[in-house]
Design a protein around this ligand. Structure first.
Ligand code: SF4
Length: 285
């Protein structure tokens, strides 16, 4: 049994079930077709199907420039991942096969998908071998798993800055108590050894990589340079992306221009959140 635990969105957006029969309702995108666009990173705009795995080893809670807080934009896959969906690898494969249509890109996301690397590797291998799909994995860069890595085309790694630490004030605002990942987030979020493994693996195998930093404070560039890039070797400046913090159009307005300026002045790439422009802060899009 190869069960993979998915967030409630599962494989999305889809129009057919695992038998290939039409579903009774249209996807959350409001479109009649399966698939959406990749909203973030180097492949922004590329039509894609997503598979969202449940569970995360981190608990991101950020401070916006105006001092307000915003947390992980997929709390149902991290903070509240208990309402999940357990599917056989075979059934996930069937959902992709019946919904892939003219798309060629599948994104494995979370949560932190590498937490389930053993079963995910079986699925990734079949998606590559039997359907010849381009696979991206969206990961926080704290776990490297060779069994999954060999089937991935693009590693979209989002290392977390100290602004994501769940401080006592943030916990009190959200009515949360220190436990599990909320306790060790600050200690685990930065793993230079694992980031270097990803870089080395991609350099040796010719696979694509992006280091996509979520930026919410004007001085975040110092931390990116001094706490991350200065400790890493053989990375390419074209692979450094800055993405504005914010899960809603209103939150993005407070960060986008500041982040664009930071990207330009450092020679890094600005990464939009196109799905929020198109669909707003909805799940399943
Ligand atoms: S690492 Fe990603 S999925 Fe996990 S809590 Fe942070 S933003 Fe959410």
């Amino acid at each position: 049994m190869n069960k993979i635990v998915l967030a409630n969105e599962g494989v999305f957006p889809i129009t057919k079930d695992k038998e290939g029969q039409m579903l009774g309702s249209i996807p959350a995108t409001g479109m009649k077709t399966a698939g959406t666009i990749q909203g973030e990173g180097k492949l922004a705009g590329v039509p894609s199907l997503f598979i969202r795995l449940a569970g995360c080893n981190l608990r991101c809670m950020w401070t916006l420039p105006d001092g307000s807080f915003c947390r992980c934009d997929t709390p149902y896959a991290s903070f509240e991942a208990e309402q999940d969906l357990q599917l056989e690898e075979e059934d996930i494969f069937a959902l992709v096969k019946h919904n892939i249509g003219n798309l060629s890109h599948v994104v494995l996301t979370g949560g932190e998908p590498m937490l389930q690397h053993k079963h995910l590797a079986v699925l990734a291998q079949r998606l590559k071998k039997e359907l010849n799909l381009h696979l991206s994995i969206e990961t926080n860069g704290t776990i490297f798993a060779d069994d999954v890595a060999q089937h991935i085309d693009l590693f979209s790694i989002s290392p977390k800055l100290s602004n994501s630490n769940p401080s006592p004030k943030k916990l009190a605002t959200y009515g949360l108590k220190q436990n599990g990942p909320l306790t060790y987030h600050a200690e685990k979020r930065r793993n230079i050894e694992v980031l270097q493994k990803h870089i080395n693996f991609c350099n040796a195998s010719g696979k694509e990589l992006q280091l996509k930093f979520v930026v919410g404070q004007p001085n975040d560039y110092v931390e990116i340079k001094e706490d991350f890039l200065a400790h890493l070797k053989n990375w390419n400046p074209a692979d450094i992306l800055l993405m504005p913090l914010g899960a809603t159009p209103e939150e993005l307005k407070t960060t986008s221009n500041m982040v664009a300026e930071m990207a330009i002045s450092n020679g890094w790439r600005y990464a939009p959140r196109l799905h929020i422009d198109l669909f707003g802060p909805k799940a399943g899009v």
